[in-house]
Design a protein around this ligand. Structure first.
Ligand SMILES: [Zn+2]
Length: 344
């Protein structure tokens, strides 16, 4: 078994919403350039994905919606569809599906999927730059292969409303979602009170972070929520996703993570995964709207996750304790709600 792989294709550049849109496909090429300049390619086997089939998409999405994407008939202004995007969107799902299988089959313990994490996509609707929900297809595919418990950790700045919707009544997936307070950021969802329904009650944990929340606030949530719940839930595998948009310089969000904070998230996921699932982690990254920061935040996440001895530093560092007191209050409210269920 190899240790680390990275799933990447230069064709990811075709996932592109056009000039003037904050999500351009060039991000992937730019990331790969910086990744290679920093010699990170020596730590990973780089593996080429293929677009998934329609059958794979049907694990999560409706036939009507898939046809609408094929025809390029969008209904979300932020996510302008074109017929050519169908193949690019299927390729991203292919990244995450393959990353999942490489870990599940025991080929690698840690697999990074570049382009994965399109968490706003719903069963039958595109949203927030996301067409197909690759995270959900990855998880459903692993459940079909025999996974009984999957922990999904969403550290993207925005709430993962698509992923949440898809697994809301599911108790095979524990979804822990850290995101900027939904009263202050798209998609305006992901409140503490939203904890799942029916069998899935208690299997959705939303952690709204106050604007400005920095490294220590994230560290607190991971120590107080992610770690104890992971130890209780004992997942077969962890899927973490989210790119650079919680960085303090990101123009679309108001959070406060530094590059050190991204590294710490990766480290924490590694440590917990070693205790609960033999170190098996699928790690997906796609977001980030500050081009100069994106590759370094992604590499900081990977470095922490795979224990690569490389550190990237911000030229300016905000107060890393920012938002910590408010976050402690939020965490205690969450603990109050989950206490009886999770006994933590
Ligand atoms: Zn985001």
């Amino acid at each position: 078994m190899g240790e680390n792989a990275l799933v990447y294709s230069k064709d990811l550049k075709n996932y592109d919403f056009g000039p003037g849109h904050p999500f351009r496909g060039s991000r992937f090429l730019e990331f790969m350039k910086v990744f290679k300049e920093n010699r990170f390619d020596k730590y990973f086997d780089i593996i080429e994905p293929k677009p998934v089939t329609e059958e794979d998409l049907l694990l999560v999405h409706t036939k009507e919606y898939i046809n609408r994407v094929k025809e390029g008939k969008g209904i979300d202004l932020d996510t302008p569809l074109r017929p050519e995007l169908y193949d690019a969107a299927r390729l991203i799902v292919g990244v995450s599906k393959l990353a999942g299988e490489l870990v599940w089959n025991g080929d690698y313990r840690k697999v990074i999927g570049i382009g994965g994490g399109l968490h706003h996509a719903k069963r039958s609707r595109e949203a927030g730059f996301c067409i197909f929900n690759d995270v959900a297809v990855c998880a459903k595919n692993l459940i079909n292969k025999g996974a009984e418990r999957i922990l999904i950790l969403d550290t993207d700045a925005h709430a993962g409303d698509g992923t949440s919707e898809i697994f809301y009544s599911d108790n095979k997936v524990l979804f822990i979602d850290l995101h900027q307070d939904p009263r202050t950021l798209y998609p305006g969802k992901g409140f503490i009170e939203d904890m799942g329904v029916a069998n899935g009650w208690g299997y959705t944990i939303n952690v709204p972070m106050p604007p400005g929340a920095s490294d220590k606030a994230y560290e607190y949530v991971l120590n107080e929520i992610f770690e104890p719940l992971a130890l209780k839930f004992k997942p077969d595998v962890i899927i973490r996703y989210g790119g650079s948009d919680p960085h303090f310089s990101d123009p679309l969000t108001d959070l406060g993570l530094t590059l050190d904070g991204f590294r710490s998230i990766g480290e924490k996921v590694r440590e917990v995964s070693e205790r609960v699932c033999n170190g098996k982690v699928i790690d997906l990254m796609v977001s980030g709207y500050k081009n100069e920061v994106l590759p370094y935040a992604w590499m900081s996440l990977m470095a922490g996750l795979t224990n690569i001895n490389a550190e990237f530093k911000d030229s300016f560092k905000p107060d890393v304790y920012s938002g910590l007191d408010e976050t402690k209050n939020i965490v205690s409210k969450i603990k109050e709600k989950v206490r009886f269920y999770w006994d933590v």
